[in-house]
Ligand binder design. Structure first.
Ligand code: KG4
Ligand code: ZN
Length: 349
């Protein structure tokens, strides 16, 4: 069973071929991140335009790579279906992937599988040598989501906790702006944090309703206030003035202190959920799962081996979409009409 996966929900165009939900045959990625870097966040129109430019060449590349490796002339003969992210995400971006997948499904007469982006993040872990076991606890942390999800089996899951305001990746991106670091903030904050003292700035951990819910908006504001105080100003100093007034070492301390508290929040709730639900596997997924401090803290806290994908499969990619598509195809009855599939920018788990 070979599935072509297409991902275009945000600023990354991903195309991949996965066999039987565990073997990555070809993987292509293009990103418009460089364009957004100067703006402190993704500009939806630029992202959509970039998807349009790269999606067909990317599909061609992935198919040629596969055909070459298998020494075949028509790769479509070997492809059993097409999986595409139809939500959640930016409308213009999602439309490009969905319209491409619908057109290909009609032309090539392949079944079409509609994929939930957040659920797909978890499936990057099924490409690991050691496959996750059910019941499975997943901490899904990205630029748009912070969720704890308990999977009894494929397609049988419950959302047990989520952020009540900002996603953790969004908080990373905002703190990066305070420090004058470019988008995406996560990797840049993580890098700056290496030179900082994580205990230098006292930051609060939010109290929220709901045992497994998160909140990051208060933390972000606390970072802003602490940064203003560091340069001897009060709350009236605009955040855009901070990058030029903070020293390199102050920025490193802010990054390290913020990262420590943000990750402790995630780890505490995940550990609590582990203790209550007693899953056989715990995985982290989504862009923030690339964070080494999160991996370190959570690995230390959990009594079982924490599972996570390599960094290029934690951030948005086509492989996770193709992998979930394989399980949907295997399950049966989950394909949709290529004449009817619509995007759903606000799709929930
Ligand atoms: O999953 P993803 O690629 O896109 C969404 O679905 O949102 O996640 C992107 C998010 C961004 O907010 C980025 O700052 C964050 O993941 N991120 C990280 C790291 N790498 C990416 N956050 C913390 N540490 C990292 N190393
Ligand atoms: Zn994502």
């Amino acid at each position: 069973m070979i599935i072509l996966g297409i991902e275009s929900s945000c600023d990354e165009t991903g195309v991949a071929l996965v066999e039987d939900g565990r073997q990555l045959l070809a993987n292509g990625l293009a990103s418009s991140m460089d364009i957004h870097a100067n703006y402190g966040g993704v500009i939806p129109e630029f992202a959509a335009r970039s998807h349009i430019e790269v999606i067909l060449p990317l599909i061609d590349n992935v198919l040629s790579e596969f055909a070459e490796a298998k020494n075949i002339s028509n790769p479509w003969q070997k492809i059993d279906g097409i999986a595409v992210t139809y939500g959640a995400g930016l409308s213009g971006s999602l439309l490009v992937g969905v319209m491409t997948a619908r057109t290909l499904a009609i032309l090539k007469k392949k079944p079409l599988y509609p994929v939930n982006h957040v659920e797909a993040h978890v499936y990057a872990n099924f490409l690991l040598d050691k496959k996750p076991q059910f019941p499975l606890l997943a901490l899904i942390v990205s630029g748009g989501h912070s969720q704890l999800v308990y999977f009894r089996n494929h397609f049988d899951y419950s959302l047990i906790g989520q952020t009540v305001d900002d996603a953790v990746g969004e908080a990373f991106d905002k703190v990066a702006r305070i420090c004058g670091l470019p988008y995406p903030g996560g990797p840049n904050i993580a890098l700056a944090a290496k030179a900082g003292n994580p205990r230098s700035i006292q930051l609060p951990k939010a109290k929220v309703d709901g045992e497994y819910n998160f909140s990051f908006s208060g933390l972000k504001t606390a970072v802003l206030r602490a940064s203003q105080a560091l340069v001897g100003a009060d709350y009236r100093l605009e955040s855009t003035k901070l990058p030029e007034r903070l020293s390199v070492s102050q920025k490193a301390d802010i990054a390290a202190s913020f990262q420590k508290v943000a990750m402790e929040t995630l780890v505490e709730k995940t550990l609590k959920a582990y203790e209550e639900y007693q899953p056989k596997s715990v995985v982290i997924a989504g862009g923030v799962a690339a964070n080494q401090e999160l991996r370190r803290q959570l690995s230390e806290a959990l009594p079982l081996e924490l599972q996570y994908a390599p960094i290029n499969l934690c951030t948005d990619n086509g492989a996770m979409v193709a992998t979930l598509g394989c399980y949907m195809a295997e399950q049966g009855g989950l394909e949709v009409s290529p004449y009817e599939l619509q995007i759903n920018p606000n799709l929930k788990m």
